[in-house]
Ligand binder design. Structure first.
Ligand SMILES: *Cc1c(COP(=O)(O)O)cnc(C)c1O
Length: 371
């Protein structure tokens, strides 16, 4: 019932927008099925737009991608997690991020039987406190690296805790300093490697973090990390690529005082026209949007009334005189000033644009090819 249309030209336009902001190489992040937009289609578009590298999540995602793209560099941000991942890394030329001793030792062991060196990225912990080798590991890591004859150091990376808060600039600085310290220690050993730490927010907001490679994700899909901030102008020009529509199944009157949907938790304050829309939480249109969201019909915002059901949602269509069953409404995207951005929906839903894309993008997708 739901249709997700992904505009590939918007993805390419967003790439070019970011391209103008940096001299560094761009690793376009396409993990988690390209944030719900479709791994293969998005990756092929980005590669044609000039992305030097692509960042998938799991090694398996890298395997899927290699079948469509033979020449681009593919990095796995999570690195090997399953036994068979080591074989895939080698045979399909996936470059893994390595964050643990277990991964490093297993990959090094595996590389002994290989004729060519396996390029790897070492992930370093600088303040996010999630994955990565820690400062206390550094000496041992440098010593151990000498024994990893079958591996080649492609890049050192870390990940910023920064999302969109300019007040967190101090934290960015301290993460950068910690990262550069690691980099110096490796360089002092005579090693050569690329350096990378910037995500979308850092690419747009902190030029000093760009280094050799930047790793934008969410901005490629059109979300401006700074939108709600005083610095919002920084990411202006990014365009959301995902547009989702749902069908109008019925239109009828609701008399003042009547309730609607489960629990009758919305009561009509006046006579209204309502439309029953074929979308619900079975399509990842969350029940948390009950009584809180809006849909778009011919440029007008229609408020959701009452509870979102499994496959149905009710909206107030009083202002939409022409609406009838068989029409479609936008639940995400659309055009004009009332278009529903992922950020709008995230606000109603109590989440972030990332989750809106990942979840709603699981609906059947079609692609718009322009330009
Ligand atoms: C997801 C991810 C990114 C991209 O982050 P955005 O905020 O979407 O730009 C970059 N690097 C790593 C390691 C990631 O996991």
């Amino acid at each position: 019932m739901l249709k997700a249309a992904v505009d590939l030209q918007s993805i390419r336009d967003n790439f070019h927008f970011l391209r103008k902001k940096t001299q560094s190489r761009i690793m376009a992040v396409v993990k988690a099925d390209a944030y719900g937009h479709g791994l293969k289609e998005i990756s092929v578009s980005l590669a044609s737009a000039g992305a030097e590298a692509l960042g998938v999540g799991t090694v398996r995602e890298g395997l899927r991608l290699r079948d469509s793209l033979d020449r681009v560099h593919i990095y796995s941000l999570l690195g090997p997690m399953e036994e068979e991942d080591y074989q895939i890394i080698r045979s399909r030329r996936i470059i893994p991020f390595i964050h643990s001793w277990e991964q490093l030792k297993a990959l090094s062991e595996f590389s002994r039987a290989c004729t060519q060196k396996i390029p790897v990225v070492l992930k370093l912990e600088t303040g996010m406190n999630r994955l990565g080798f820690r400062a206390a590991d550094l000496q041992l890591l440098l010593e151990h690296w000498n024994n990893c004859q079958g591996l080649e150091l492609d890049m050192l990376v870390s990940h910023l805790a920064l999302t969109d808060d300019p007040l967190k600039q101090e934290k960015v600085k301290s993460q950068m300093e910690a990262f550069m310290k690691y980099c110096r220690a490796f360089a002092d050993k005579g090693l050569e490697f690329k350096k990378s730490i910037a995500n979308s927010a850092a690419l747009i907001g902190c030029p000093e973090t760009h280094l050799d490679v930047v790793r934008p994700g969410i901005a490629l899909y059109g979300e401006n990390p700074f939108q709600a901030k005083a610095s919002g102008s920084k990411g202006r020009g990014l365009v959301q690529a995902m547009h989702i529509t749902a069908p109008v199944l019925a239109v009828h009157e609701l008399k003042a005082g009547e309730g609607v949907s489960y629990g009758l938790c919305f009561t009509a304050p006046r006579d209204m026209r309502i439309a029953i829309i074929g979308c619900g939480y079975a399509h990842n249109y969350s029940r948390l949007l009950s009584n809180r969201a809006w849909m778009l019909y011919q440029g007008e915002r229609l408020p959701v009334l009452g509870r979102v059901c499994m496959q149905l949602t009710v909206v107030d269509a009083t202002c939409a005189s022409g609406i009838s069953s068989g029409d479609r409404v936008h639940i995400l995207g659309g055009i004009g000033k009332n278009a529903v951005s992922a950020r709008d929906m995230a606000g109603w839903w109590g989440t972030v644009a990332y989750e809106v894309f990942c979840l709603l993008g699981r609906n059947p997708r079609e692609y718009i090819h322009r330009g």
